[in-house]
Design a protein around this ligand. Structure first.
Ligand SMILES: [Zn+2]
Length: 241
């Protein structure tokens, strides 16, 4: 029979990014913690599994009918930011540049894996745009093939709705993942107003001028510099198709 420590180590290795050695360190750390702290961790895990559900409006994770963002009366209700996963919301919230509401698709299009538009919250997005007076939809799907395909689909889907549809410009290379965006790389996207009309799919090529975050890899930095060199001079307001 497995010992209790061995059991905890094995359970911890189920978590992403946790190898056996890290699991071992965590297990012994938990063992040395005050009992109430260890119980708080265990309780939080149980809570999230028992109480978490999707927000009725935006499909963010919440323990109530509406998530805290949808309930917040100070948010701009005519702006929607479309993301793939609930975890993407936290990344954008950290930038402090977006004060509108979100819409979580719960994935991205991938016909080869059977992820068709019906599997995502796209119908709900269109209904929401039609019914709730949304004026601008900002697509923040990942800058990879699936994210791009999804963005184009949304552009087509919303074209009869007469809303402004914009695609965010990332300080991330193509093929990247929004999960890895830090505050500096994600930050520039909401700078400047929108001037495109109808259902034009736009890109806002806004690059941060400040000090680069140390965690940005050289290759990322390089691509951003190349972008700066190859993109003609633009103001923060400009867009490219
Ligand atoms: Zn919500």
């Amino acid at each position: 029979m497995k010992g209790i420590i061995e059991n905890l180590i094995e359970e911890l290795t189920r978590l992403p990014g946790i190898g056996r050695r890290t699991a071992q360190r965590l297990a012994y750390f938990i063992l040395s913690m005050p009992e109430e702290e260890a119980r708080a961790i265990a309780g939080a895990i149980v809570d999230v599994k028992e109480k978490a559900r999707f927000c009725r409006e935006c499909f963010n994770i919440t323990d109530e009918e509406l998530c805290s963002i949808c309930r917040d009366g100070s948010r701009e209700r005519d702006r929607l930011c479309v993301v793939e996963e609930p975890s993407n919301i936290a990344v954008i919230e950290r930038t402090n540049f977006f004060r509108g509401l979100y819409h979580v698709l719960l994935g991205s299009l991938s016909p080869i894996d059977g992820i068709t538009p019906e599997r995502l919250k796209l119908k709900e997005l269109k209904e929401r745009v039609e019914k709730s007076g949304v004026k601008e939809v900002i697509i923040a799907t990942n800058p990879n093939t699936r994210g791009e395909m999804t963005a184009r689909y949304i552009k087509e889907l919303l074209s009869p709705c007469g809303v402004t549809v914009t695609r965010i410009a990332y300080g991330l290379p193509m093929g990247g993942d929004i999960e890895y965006a830090d505050e500096v790389t994600a930050r520039p996207w909401r700078v400047g107003g929108s001037s495109c009309s109808g259902s034009t799919l736009c890109l806002r090529p806004v690059f941060s001028q400040g000090t680069e975050h140390q965690s940005i890899e050289k290759s990322v930095l390089f691509r951003r510099c190349v972008s700066l060199l190859t993109v003609p001079q633009r103001t923060e307001e400009s867009e490219i198709m």
